[in-house]
Design a protein. Structure first.
Lengths: 447, 442
């Protein structure tokens, strides 16, 4: 723990701080807690201009909140990590250009995607190019801040967390996402209650966690949600997730655009795409908007204009506050399945309730998911495991296996097409691919 | 309105404290509290005490009493069990018969022949009660305070699968004591305590982010501290971690401290130097039984003589009910089935671990590493619990013998034929409380 004068000072390292809007949101959350005023905010990004922008944003935010944060910019990641107590990872490896490859190459083969950041061929390749980064980061943390908590926000969540706890089990890591609280808020709005009134239980894997219980005032709220689905205006807002609820009995987290590519039912032909309003290439558009938003944010900072400051639903600051003050909180996070969800594979990454206080993070035992819900998660845990093995063991063959065992890809492509697409993606991503994946020969099934 | 039912509400002091706690929780001040006991006299005392709390604090809570367990259970949201099957008559047999065979139990309510027989008496009642809960209050949460905690909760889980949590104050009491030893304000300490009930270990004990173990190691050098907790201090010196429950209890869970009357009286008892802490009679055999007999005499008279607590006690019961009603999350150390929570202990045995409590109920948390020597020590006690549960649920008397044969203290002092004779004698004399062993048609 760093010491400033007599007082102990909390140090939080933001890795990939150039995601300026996300940095601002997390900082607002952190610095809204008076107990976290005076925190050292160590920003790191490899892009000097983005780092400078993040620094301006952090200082502006701290000043607005009267939080007396000590803001540091580090082009050198080691300087940011040294002595940190929390390391927030929010990098995007390869940025917009790599994202375009993940969309465009599969599209040539006839495979359409919506978000491509967590499951499917896009998730596999985002995972392959990000795993080497998170392993390096964990290695430096072992050296420079071995007791720090790593809060990972970067996708693909399941793949990166499994790589982390497999290759660096001594690192205290947890994967954080807002999809559970957002989904709860969306459900509350669909049934016309305040989100505070809705009680829920949720578990599964990140982006495919199931609301196993919904209650309002002690009553099961599922009948209300099924009734709300019959309202065309409500249905139109979330067609894919309502269809999944209609057939599987439970509402799933994340969003309809994400879930459309996690299952084989909505995206394999144009008729389905039109019927369910599936926004093909949605993330490409968002990624372009992010670039514009970044430029606009920088312009406003340089011009001295204001931004809105409000607490987000992100869990990061709550974890920091609970660890510092001892306040007991329940959050949802992504951790290794050590018998927590009993009908998902041991060792896969699961999203479960976690008890947080000043003794640390303690994942809660969930037990069995409804079997049909577990069955929608399990194939993806196999893909994630194969992707992690491909990167850690340098096994190119496991990349083909992962792609062939995805649920959406094979609903459109043959085995030969999948193998060819994988080869082309590995080639196109080049140096960003893990060593063994890039260098070992092409061809499925070969070792 | 929340209905909270206490089964065994004739435990006057416990009932008064728990009800006072409940009635100090703002969200629970309009609750219906239903007190049930088979003894109408003790029940009247308890009702007067609780009604007195309601009246003196000017609350809306409703106090009901009944000797009909089914009525008490009907529609309850929370069921708190505090009964003692067989009372002190049975408890006396638990202590006195083993003593004739050389088994010197100080408390005798956890493992050992006393713990085994207390479980055998209690489990049939708990299972009957669970059947009634399934019928009359299917969504109720069972909060069990009845010892032996681990065997009772394990039996409930194995036989019924009913949601429950076993509660004890040994974690709170021990952590308060440790904080006082090192001069740390209790609000500022935090700890990680896991294991089995009465034998859970403080894996972490900290003030803020500072490890307080070095200060505990310093504190236990003082004669005053050693004289307060001679057994637990010695266990910490040799096993590395501080254990819950008292030195009186701890002395009988392992074979090191009380292998003969001489060893107890001449070696163990003189090590207890704190004259104020005499509830288990300085480790003497039967110490807690004699304490219970004295307390019974004191409280069987005019109940109104007992004061009303001004503040909430450290018992978890009221906090759990409050967290479930308000959805404000809390952490308690609860006794729950081991579903992969401590992976080095047997699946489904009863473990004491931190649990998250909110509107979603009791959500136990899992532990990544538990030191091997603590696993091994717990295992010696879990062996006894496992065979006790087996005996209670199957009616197999051989399993009772096996349970006592594997008890660490008994095994250190008795031959196998002695254990067999002792267990047979106990089965025979306690027959009225042991319906599971009655031969059908005899």
């Amino acid at each position: 723990l760093a010491v400033r004068g007599e007082e102990r000072v909390l140090k939080v390292a933001f890795i990939g701080a150039g995601s300026v809007v996300f940095t601002k949101n997390l900082l607002t959350d952190i610095l809204s807690f008076s107990e976290l005023h005076g925190t050292t905010i160590a920003l790191h990004d490899i892009d000097p201009e983005r780092l400078e922008t993040a620094g301006m944003m952090a200082r502006w935010t701290s000043e607005q909140l009267g939080a007396d944060a000590k803001v540091e910019e580090h082009l050198d990641r080691r300087g940011a990590l040294e002595g940190a107590e929390f390391v927030v990872n929010m990098v995007q490896i390869g940025m917009h250009e790599a994202t375009l490859l993940d969309f465009e190459i599969p599209k040539k083969y006839g495979l359409k995607q919506t978000i491509a950041d967590s499951m499917g061929i896009g998730g596999i390749f985002r995972g392959l190019r990000t795993i080497p980064f998170v392993l390096d980061l964990a290695g430096e943390m072992r050296e420079l801040c071995p007791k720090a908590h790593l809060l990972n926000y970067t996708n693909p969540m399941g793949i990166l967390m499994e790589a982390l706890y497999t290759a660096s089990p001594e690192t205290k890591s947890v994967g954080l996402c807002h999809s559970v609280p957002y989904t709860a808020r969306e459900i509350a709005s669909y049934i016309g209650v305040e989100h505070e009134e809705l009680l829920y239980e949720c578990a599964g894997i990140n982006h495919i966690a199931w609301m196993t219980s919904l209650e309002v005032e002690g009553e099961d709220a599922y009948p209300r949600l099924f009734a709300a689905m019959e309202d065309p205006d409500v249905y139109a807002k979330d067609k894919v997730r309502f269809e999944l609820m209609r057939r599987f009995g439970y509402f799933v987290t994340e969003s309809s655009e994400h879930n459309a590519e996690y299952v084989p039912y909505f995206l394999k032909d144009d008729g389905l795409i039109e019927l369910y309003d599936v926004p093909v290439d949605e993330y490409v558009r968002r990624s372009e908007e992010n670039l514009l938003q970044y430029a606009e944010t920088r312009r406003k900072l340089l011009a001295g204009e204001d931004f809105s400051l409000g607490r987000s639903v992100e869990y990061g600051s709550l974890i920091m506050h609970s660890l510092v003050t001892g306040e007991t909180r329940a959050i949802y996070g992504n951790v290794e399945n050590t018998g927590l969800v009993t009908n998902l594979p041991e060792g896969c990454c699961v999203e479960v309730p976690i008890l947080v206080d000043d003794t640390g993070l303690r994942p809660c035992h969930v037990g069995d998911l409804p079997p049909q819900c577990a069955a929608t998660c399990a194939p993806h845990t196999a893909v994630q495991n194969l992707t992690v093995r491909a990167a850690l063991e340098g096994r190119r063959d496991h990349v083909y296996h992962a792609a062939m065992l995805d649920r959406h890809g094979p609903s459109v492509l043959s085995l030969d097409e999948i193998a060819e697409m994988v080869d082309e993606l590995i080639e196109a991503h080049g140096e960003a691919m893990p060593e063994g994946v890039r260098t070992s020969g092409a061809g499925a099934g070969r070792v | 309105m929340t209905k909270i039912t206490l089964i065994g509400a004739g435990s006057t002091v416990f009932t008064r404290n728990l009800c006072s706690d409940i009635l100090l929780a703002p969200a629970l001040q309009g609750s219906t509290i239903t007190l049930m006991d088979i003894d109408p006299g003790r029940l009247r005392n308890s009702r007067d005490l609780v009604q007195n709390i309601v009246d003196s604090r000017g609350l809306d809570a409703k106090v009901e009493v009944t000797t009909d367990r089914r009525e008490a259970i009907r529609g309850a949201d929370y069921l708190v069990t505090t009964f003692q099957q067989g009372g002190l008559d049975a408890y006396s047999f638990d202590i006195e018969i083993p003593k004739r065979y050389g088994v010197e139990q100080c408390v005798g309510d956890t493992v050992g022949p006393g713990g085994v027989f207390r479980a055998l008496r209690t489990i049939p009642v708990l299972l009957e009660l669970c059947d009634e809960v399934d019928e009359l209050a299917p969504d109720a949460l069972l909060l069990n305070y009845v010892n032996p905690m681990a065997a009772n909760c394990w039996a409930v889980d194995r036989a019924t699968g009913r949601p429950h949590v076993g509660l004890c104050h040994s974690v709170q009491g021990t952590s308060e004591m440790l904080a006082s030893w090192v001069g740390a304000p209790y609000e500022e300490v935090n700890f990680l305590c896991v294991g089995i009930n009465h034998q859970a270990f403080f894996l972490k004990f900290r003030r803020g982010r500072d490890d307080l173990y070095p200060e505990i190691r310093e504190a236990i050098k003082s004669d005053e501290v050693r004289g307060q907790e001679p057994v637990r201090v010695e266990l910490m010196e040799h096993f590395g971690y501080f254990v819950t429950e008292s030195s009186g209890h701890a002395s009988e869970y392992a074979p090191y401290f009380r292998k003969s009357a001489h060893m107890v009286e001449d070696e163990l008892v003189p090590r207890f130097r704190n004259e104020d802490d005499h509830w288990f009679d300085f480790g003497r055999t039967g110490g807690y039984l004699r304490h219970c007999q004295e307390v019974l005499d004191e409280t069987s008279g005019d109940g109104s003589a007992n004061g009303i607590p001004a503040e909430r006690t450290h018992e978890y019961g009221s906090y759990i009910i409050e967290a479930m009603e308000t959805n404000e999350p809390i952490k308690v150390n609860g006794n729950v089935p081991n579903r992969g929570l401590i992976r080095s202990l047997p699946e489904n045995c009863c473990v004491e671990v931190p649990c998250l409590i909110d509107a979603n109920g009791v959500q136990p948390t899992s532990l990544d590493h538990y030191p091997t020597q603590l696993v091994a020590l717990n295992r010696t006690n879990i062996n006894v619990q496992e065979l006790t549960v087996e005996a209670a649920l199957t009616g197999n008397t051989e399993a009772v013998h096996h349970a006592v044969m594997l008890d660490p203290l008994t095994a250190a002092v008795c031959t196998l034929p002695e254990v067999r004779a002792m267990v047979d004698e106990m089965l025979d004399i306690q027959e009225q409380w042991l319906p599971q062993f009655r031969k059908v048609g005899v």
